[in-house]
Design a binder for this molecule. Structure first.
Ligand SMILES: [Zn+2]
Length: 117
């Protein structure tokens, strides 16, 4: 299932920062894991109040913002260098355009059998 991405202001995210960090296990090495709720697909999300509504926001996107001071746009995807979609370590996150994201998923699916070259 493709999850919906939401636009959200950096102010709303800043307000949530400590709450979010409190729910992340942060070892000095390796992947950071979420101790809060996650949806059926296992992707960590957090409820953020924004513009008089509640948004179920993907935590990795918030972490990207805290690290780089850039709120990922609707058409930008936060990918995982470590291939662990639950990981929240900003050092393991990368920003992908939709094109890059598509290329990335076809590269990593490994079912095509054309990897030999
Ligand atoms: Zn990781």
């Amino acid at each position: 299932m493709k999850y919906q991405t939401e636009s959200i202001s950096q102010w709303d995210l800043r307000r949530m920062k400590q709450k979010i960090l409190d729910r992340i296990k942060r070892p000095s090495l390796g992947c950071w894991s979420w101790t809060g709720a996650a949806a059926g697909d296992g992707v960590p999300r957090v409820m953020v109040a924004s513009n008089h509504r509640h948004v179920n926001y993907v935590v990795a996107r918030a972490m990207y913002f805290f690290e780089h001071d850039h709120v990922p746009a609707i058409n930008e995807v936060v990918g995982h260098l470590c291939r662990n979609k639950r990981c929240l370590n900003p050092a393991h996150l990368e920003l992908l355009t939709p094109e890059e994201c598509h290329a990335d998923s076809s590269r990593s699916s490994g079912t095509g059998g054309h990897d030999a070259q």
